[in-house]
Design a protein around this ligand. Structure first.
Ligand code: PMP
Length: 335
């Protein structure tokens, strides 16, 4: 008999299920597939990038025994990095904007990260978490700044693992793939790999309000308007990881669609997912409508809803934001 044991943290990351989402597949006449990244040990798609960035840094001698991993993050990369750090004998210092969910901040501290919160100011401001993280890495001795936005080990993790898994799990029968982008790692690695397997696969971005990527993909110009309740996605610059992406087009999705989709999937499919995952599924339905019935469309379920219980799944918070979780059947999918 052969064994099926995964050794330690490193081998616990990835190989997540590809789930056919029944309600939406029936509604659209397509196969809507979600890659269940919330089942990674750190609870998100970012465990893959975290692991690859640390392994690469070790290989290149950029991190030494007892060193410190420093990163600026919306939370999930920090969670993944802190677990990798614990498993491999490093400290972790995580810098994140104070407007991220309390659940992620609490979890990071529980896992053992030293967390520093920064004001939620734009990238151009030196107090932005990205710049503060770089500064902390310079100040600390024996520290490694993961720099997930520009570090190509991020997209490489998805090129080498997420995308081949989707390809293999679907038997190569993918017509389209759609997802949002934060650092661009997932979309960069996944679309690059899938286009190499089959250039006919339709590859799309779905972008939240407040991000410049939708206009960048559709007009070549970065232009951002509004803001969004989604966390970990949307950006107003082109990162090295995003540059790897091979895209055919882009959609936009609203906060109201995100909330309806998240609550709808929880109620009808037993899928408890976070805001970026819900936006991704909105994108999958948009692409299904565009391609027509009979197609197979994959997306990424980046993390779980538990990380946002006090927000997306909290009636008072939703009312404050003027958002309503009630999906009238599948009407919200028609627009
Ligand atoms: N969803 C969530 C919840 C995230 O934290 C992130 C990472 N910032 C993403 C999606 C986007 O992934 P990527 O950085 O690979 O673009």
């Amino acid at each position: 008999m052969t064994s099926d044991i995964r050794i330690g943290f490193a081998e616990s990351v990835g190989n997540t299920p590809l789930i056919q989402i029944e309600s939406l597949s029936q509604a659209t006449g397509c196969n809507i597939l979600g890659k269940a990244e919330f089942l990674n040990p750190g609870g998100s798609v970012k465990d893959r990038a975290a692991l690859f960035m640390v392994l690469q840094a070790e290989k290149e001698g950029k991190i030494k025994p007892n060193g410190t991993i420093v990163e600026g993050t919306a939370g999930n990369t920090g969670i993944g990095l802190t677990l990798v750090a614990n498993a491999r004998g490093y400290r972790s210092v995580i810098v994140m904007p104070s407007n991220q969910s309390q659940e992620k901040i609490d979890l990071l501290r529980t896992l053992g990260a030293e967390v520093e919160l920064t004001p939620p100011v734009p990238f151009a401001d030196s107090r932005n978490y990205y710049h503060v993280a770089r500064q902390r890495a310079e100040e600390l001795e024996n520290a490694f700044w993961a720099n997930q936005f520009e570090n190509l080990a991020n997209a490489e993790s998805h090129y080498q693992t997420t995308a081949p898994e989707i390809w293999r799990q679907s038997g190569g029968a993918i017509d389209g793939v759609v997802m949002s982008s934060g650092t661009g790692g997932t979309i960069g690695g996944v679309t690059a790999y899938l286009k190499e397997q089959n250039p006919k696969i339709a590859t799309y971005l779905i972008d939240p309000p407040g991000s410049g990527l939708y206009s960048f993909v559709t007009t070549g110009e970065l232009k951002a308007e509004g803001n969004s309740i989604t966390e970990g996605i949307g950006i107003n610059r082109e990162t090295a990881n995003f540059r790897r992406a091979k895209l055919d087009g882009a959609f936009q999705g609203s906060d109201q669609e995100v909330i309806e989709m998240a609550h709808f999937l929880l109620k009808h499919d037993g899928l408890f997912i976070g805001s970026s995952a819900a936006l991704n599924v909105v994108g999958a339905v948009r692409l299904a409508r565009q391609l027509g019935a009979g197609h197979t469309i994959a997306t990424i379920l980046c993390d779980g809803g538990g990380r946002y219980q006090s927000r997306m799944f909290n009636a008072e918070w939703l009312a404050e934001k003027n958002l309503t979780p009630i999906a009238k059947g599948l009407e919200f999918l028609d627009s």
